[in-house]
Design a protein around this ligand. Structure first.
Ligand code: AMP
Ligand code: MN
Ligand code: MN
Length: 331
């Protein structure tokens, strides 16, 4: 059974699990939206009297997000027993195998049903219930909509976490996924006491100097262009990361410096991760879908922002495989 739920119907479903503990989960290598929607959902549920906990892998958390996370209720996977929960909720996770908790990602039967709340259009509705809103700029925008429609109290701390999700997934309202509803949600979250400038400062005006120098080196010395300049990409080489003491979990926004350059229509970064070459892909032109490129290579995501992991022997070989798909998309 796999049922589609609108955001307005989610509170009704949750009521059925009022007597049971709920476990919230987000995707691997979490970004601001994964962390913001995860932690905000946990706080909202607790405020409504539900028993809710969230799984989080502390070493993966980007530095920019750390200060916004609540102190209570976050558990490492080693601290929990899946059998203790009556409902699992996956946030911002486009496929079951992208969930950060390995017991859920494995595909083994779960001891309780799963609700997926997500804004990825390619989510195959892997939960028993699926609240998927592809138009939403962020999963945090969907969660805010659920809270507003149910008239739930939104504390300033929760509003800040939801703003964290919205501001990071829209690149502070710069990306094409920003809709009027995104701005309305953000406005209501500011009214609820959300720390707009606190999130902006932490995520967009606190680049460590070593990161700024790393990005400058990339721009000056490591840009690759192909397909007549329509494709721009760069390798996040281990020796370069090492030189500037950059950790992979903090490289989320590096792709944005390539996207900001005029000319190319598709941008990519390629780095070594999880036994393969992880590609972050961005499109600057609605006619070309990086979602399609990601899916063709075993990954996925949105049409304008997607990712995949290529198994290859070297950076150059991974780039060649990616290039072939980009060429297909552009032709
Ligand atoms: P990233 O490249 O990690 O910034 O991700 C961009 C978008 O693509 C996000 O919405 C991710 O959830 C999605 N994404 C990244 N990698 C994958 C993957 N391997 N499979 C499916 N979706 C992905
Ligand atoms: Mn995400
Ligand atoms: Mn998201």
């Amino acid at each position: 059974m796999s049922e589609i739920l609108t955001p307005e119907k989610v509170p009704e479903l949750l009521e059925r699990f009022r007597s049971r503990k709920m476990l919230l989960m987000a995707h691997v290598r979490p970004d601001g939206d994964a962390l913001g929607s995860l932690c905000a959902s946990m706080l909202l549920l607790r405020e409504q009297g539900f028993q809710a906990e969230a799984v989080i892998n502390a070493p993966d958390i980007p530095d920019s997000c750390k200060d916004f996370l609540p102190e209570d209720g976050l558990k490492a996977e080693s601290e929990i027993d899946p059998a203790d929960y009556g409902l699992f909720i996956a946030l911002d996770s486009s496929r079951r195998d992208r969930i950060s908790a390995s017991f859920a990602a494995s595909g083994e039967p779960l001891p309780a049903p799963l609700l997926s709340i997500d804004h990825h259009g390619d989510n195959p509705c892997y939960g028993e219930w699926n609240c998927i809103v592809p138009d939403a700029a962020a999963t945090a925008e969907i969660v805010a909509g659920i809270a507003f429609s149910a008239d739930w109290a939104v504390s300033p701390e929760t509003a800040t976490l939801l703003l964290l999700g919205i501001l990071t997934d829209t690149g502070s309202f710069r990306f094409a996924n920003t809709r009027a509803n995104t701005l309305r949600a953000a406005s209501r979250l500011m009214e609820a006491g959300g720390a707009y400038s606190g999130v902006m400062d932490a995520c967009f005006f606190s680049k460590p100097e070593n990161m700024a120098r790393f990005e400058a080196d990339l721009l000056c010395n490591h840009l690759e262009k192909a397909l007549g300049g329509r494709f721009i990409y760069t390798f996040l080489l281990p020796e370069l990361l090492e030189k500037y003491r950059i950790e992979l979990r903090n490289t989320e926004q590096v792709i944005d410096i390539l996207r900001a350059i005029a000319g190319p229509v598709i941008a990519a970064t390629i780095r070594i991760e999880a036994g393969g070459f992880k590609c972050s892909l961005r499109s600057k032109d609605r006619r070309y879908s990086v979602g399609r490129i990601g899916r063709a290579l075993g990954g996925g995501g949105h049409e304008m922002a997607a990712g995949c992991t290529i198994h290859a022997a070297s950076f150059e070989e991974a780039a060649q495989i990616l290039l072939e798909q980009v060429e297909k998309e552009l032709s």
